[in-house]
Design a protein around this ligand. Structure first.
Ligand SMILES: Cc1cc2nc3c(=O)[nH]c(=O)nc-3n(C[C@H](O)[C@H](O)[C@H](O)COP(=O)(O)OP(=O)(O)OC[C@H]3O[C@@H](n4cnc5c(N)ncnc54)[C@H](O)[C@@H]3O)c2cc1C
Length: 224
C-alpha cells in the first residue's frame, strides 16, 4: 500500500494549540496564533491530549491518498464515520489488469499461495468474460475478490486520527489496516511531529490493555 499526505491544515500544531490556549487566555484569537512559541505549542498539545480536551484537535485536518489496499481493508477503514472518504468506483472503472493483495501469511506458504493465485485467476477470467458479454462493470464486479485493490482519498481531523490510530495500531487490528495506519502516522508526523508522537495503540495513553487476549505491550486492565 502507498500512502501520501496530499494536504493538511497549514501549521496544524500551532492551530490546535492556539485553540487550546484561547480557552484560558484573555487575548484575541488572532494574536494568540502569532504569539505562541514552539515550547508552548508542545506543552499545550501534551496537556489537551492527556486531559482528554480533544475537541481542540478538530481544528486541524489531514488528507491522505491511499493506493493499493484491499477491499477487505477498505471496508474496515470506511467504518470510521467521522472521517471523509472518496473511493475509486468499481461501477465506473473497468479493470484491465488484475491487482490484488496476497496476505503475507499466504505468501509464506508456497502451496497455499498457488491455490490463492489460482482462485483469483478464475474470478478475473469470469470478470473479463462478463464484460466481454456486454455486462456492465457494476454487475461484473460482483465476482471480484475481497483481495482486489482500491484507491481512496481520506480526510480526518486530528481528533479522529488519534482515536482511529488508538484502535488500528493495536495488535488486535488486522495486519493490513495496522500497516496502513503505521504509514498514516509517518506521513502525519512528517508535518506535525509533536502531535504525531501521540498516535499510538490505545493502551499507550491509558497504560493498560482492555483487550481479551492482549499482546503484552501493556499490563491487563486492573480489576476493581
Ligand atoms: C479490532 C477490531 C475488530 C472489529 N471487529 C468488528 C466486527 O467483527 N464486526 C463489526 O461490525 N465491526 C467490527 N469492528 C469495527 C468497530 O465496531 C467500529 O465500527 C469501527 O472500529 C469504528 O469505530 P468507532 O465507532 O469507534 O469510530 P468512528 O466511527 O471513527 O467514530 C469515532 C467516535 O465518534 C463517536 N461516534 C461516532 N458515531 C457515533 C454515533 N452514531 N453515536 C455516538 N457516538 C458516535 C464515538 O465515540 C466513536 O468512538 C472492529 C474494529 C476493530 C478495531
Amino acid at each position: 500500500v502507498e500512502v501520501r499526505l496530499v494536504n493538511h491544515t497549514p501549521e496544524p500544531e500551532r492551530t490546535m494549540a492556539s485553540a487550546a490556549r484561547l480557552c484560558y487566555a484573555d487575548v484575541s484569537a488572532a494574536q494568540l496564533v502569532d504569539q505562541l512559541q514552539p515550547r508552548q505549542i508542545e506543552d499545550l498539545l501534551q496537556r489537551v491530549i492527556s486531559s482528554g480536551h480533544h475537541s481542540v484537535l478538530e481544528h486541524a485536518s489531514f488528507s491522505l491518498a491511499i493506493d493499493g489496499i484491499s477491499r477487505a481493508a477498505s471496508h474496515q477503514l470506511v467504518r470510521h464515520r467521522l472521517a471523509s472518504f472518496s473511493q475509486q468506483s468499481q461501477r465506473y472503472v473497468q479493470f484491465d489488469k488484475p491487482s490484488y493483495v496476497v496476505p503475507p501469511r499466504v505468501q509464506a506458504d508456497p502451496a497455499l499461495c498457488q491455490r490463492f493465485e489460482a482462485a483469483v485467476a478464475v474470478t478475473v477470467e469470469a470478470y473479463r468474460d462478463l464484460l466481454l458479454a456486454g455486462m456492465p462493470a457494476e454487475d461484473a464486479r460482483y465476482v471480484l475478490p475481497n483481495a482486489w485493490t482500491t484507491r481512496l482519498v481520506m480526510t480526518m481531523n486530528a481528533r479522529e486520527l488519534l482515536h482511529v490510530c488508538g484502535v488500528r495500531l493495536c495488535s488486535k487490528a488486522q495486519w493490513e489496516i495496522r500497516h496502513l495506519f503505521a504509514q498514516v502516522k509517518n506521513e502525519v508526523t512528517s508535518v506535525a511531529p509533536l502531535f504525531g508522537r501521540h498516535l499510538a495503540p490505545k493502551c499507550v495513553a491509558v497504560g493498560y490493555c482492555d483487550e481479551r487476549d492482549g499482546c503484552g505491550l501493556r499490563p491487563r486492565r486492573p480489576t476493581s
